[in-house]
Design a protein. Structure first.
Length: 451
């Protein structure tokens, strides 16, 4: 490609140039086909090149692309907020639109703190989060994230919000058995609140299914119900980070629905636009807004492109597509189909330790020994090698942390578009097996030799 001025994830790597995409496939400038087995960054939920969305994009661009939210609203922004309220059965009648998941979670954090300020409790300003979590890369969002690798460069300027263990049943951080643990990891929240003092805790934030920090770690039944009970007992707001899990990804519109839990605040992103535009949202229940509505009437937050009409029109088209085609239910069925296929692979390959997740958000954790769950050494770069081989075989996979404390293991996320057919899922598994075959034959011997 020649000299580049673009700052890329790894500065000296030459990335393929994408030409176009259609459905679950992407094509680079040389014509090579890639099956999008991870929806980019678990984002392209309805696939590429959907005409209903591109049509809405053009129609709105011909009207107006930008207005500033402190001067105007727009018809499409109003419609999008109403659509989200309707989709969530009126539980979240208020929407704050931003540009990314990081901004959405940071907005949720600030809104929770302001809620208590407006109620005359400014001292309730602490956030509690979990280790093995990821809520975004801006400083506030990163402070809430329990992702050691992503925190380490900025530790000195971050808040110490992560305080409790993740519900990582495959490698219980408390060294307990899931059938008899009594949800000890959930009960840690009560201990954390009491140590800090409930009068100082504004909110608790969690991903319903842990994404990049844990490769689709899924909690046991009763876990989120217990967390919500604790939050209510101590007057702490519950924020569900559904940036990755929301909009049908796990087989429900919101993943928290799997456990019958209604958070006070919900964050959305990624699949909210299907990757067609940068947009995210913080959804707020009415009791959280009321003190502000009857107080200052101003939520301290916002960005230049918040509620941008072009992005709102695109997101509205994506949500209309999701509902019209019953995509969430399709994702639930497709997820069962794919998980069964991946479990079959796990029977064939000794280095596959665990298959987990819900719907089409699935994780694969790699281990040296299935019985002991011993991870591969970090120096072996297992995840990056698997990702690179995936690219070679025309399959896109997403890297994820795993192992004790989320720093010692290797894992990937498999999360194709929610519209993927069974035939396309078969092709995904075939390409993934080709990756495993090559890794077993050409790379695994070298890993063992270096140990």
């Amino acid at each position: 490609m020649g000299e580049s001025s673009l700052i890329k994830p790894v500065l000296d790597v030459e990335y393929p140039i994408i030409s176009h995409g259609k459905g679950v496939f992407l094509y680079d400038a040389f014509g090579k086909e890639y099956l999008d087995g991870c929806s980019g960054a678990v984002t392209a939920n309805i696939g590429h090149g959907v005409e209903e969305v591109t049509k809405a994009m053009v129609e709105q661009a011909e009207k107006v692309s930008f207005v500033y939210r402190s001067q105007f609203t727009s018809e499409v922004a109003e419609q999008l907020a109403l659509k989200l309220s309707d989709l969530t059965n009126g539980d979240y009648p208020w929407s704050f639109f931003v540009n990314s998941g990081s901004e959405a979670t940071e907005t949720a954090m600030k809104l929770a703190i302001q809620h208590w300020q407006e109620k005359g409790k400014p001292q309730k300003n602490r956030i509690i989060s979990r280790w093995m979590s990821y809520h975004g890369i801006t400083l506030g969002a990163l402070s809430m994230s329990g992702h050691p690798v992503r925190r380490e460069r900025f530790t000195e300027i971050l808040e110490s919000y992560p305080a409790i263990s993740a519900p990582y049943c495959y490698r219980c951080p408390l060294h307990l058995e899931s059938k008899s643990c009594g949800l000890a990891c959930a009960n840690e929240l009560e201990a954390a609140i009491r140590r800090i003092g409930a009068d100082h805790v504004a909110a608790f934030i969690a991903e319903p299914v842990i994404g990049a920090a844990g490769a689709a770690i899924t909690p046991p039944d009763g876990y989120f119900q217990r967390l919500k009970q604790i939050c209510e007992k101590y007057d702490v707001l519950f924020i569900a980070d559904e940036v990755m899990t929301g909009m049908g990804r796990t087989g429900k519109l919101l993943a928290s629905e799997h456990w019958g839990v209604k958070p006070d605040i919900v964050t959305l992103g990624k699949g909210m636009s299907g990757g067609y535009t940068p947009i995210a949202a913080t959804l707020v229940s009415d009791p959280i807004i009321q003190p502000i509505l009857h107080g200052s009437k101003v939520i301290m937050g916002g960005h230049t492109f918040s509620a941008n009409p072009l992005s709102c029109a695109i997101s509205l088209a994506v949500l209309n597509y999701l509902t019209k085609h019953d995509v969430a239910n399709h994702a639930a069925a497709a997820g069962v189909y794919l998980k069964n296929k991946l479990n079959s692979l796990a029977q064939k390959y000794s280095f596959i330790g665990d298959i987990r997740g819900k719907g089409l958000l699935l994780g694969i954790e790699f281990v040296q020994n299935k019985e002991t769950k011993e991870p591969f050494p970090l120096a072996a770069s297992i995840t990056s090698t698997i990702i690179r081989l995936g690219m070679k075989h025309g399959l896109l996979l997403y890297p994820a942390a795993a192992g004790e404390e989320g720093v010692t293991g290797a894992a990937i996320i498999v999360a194709p578009p929610l519209t993927t057919t069974d035939k396309e899922l078969d092709e995904l598994v075939n390409r993934l097996e080709a990756v495993f075959v090559e890794w077993t034959e050409k790379h695994l011997p070298n890993v063992h030799a270096e140990m």
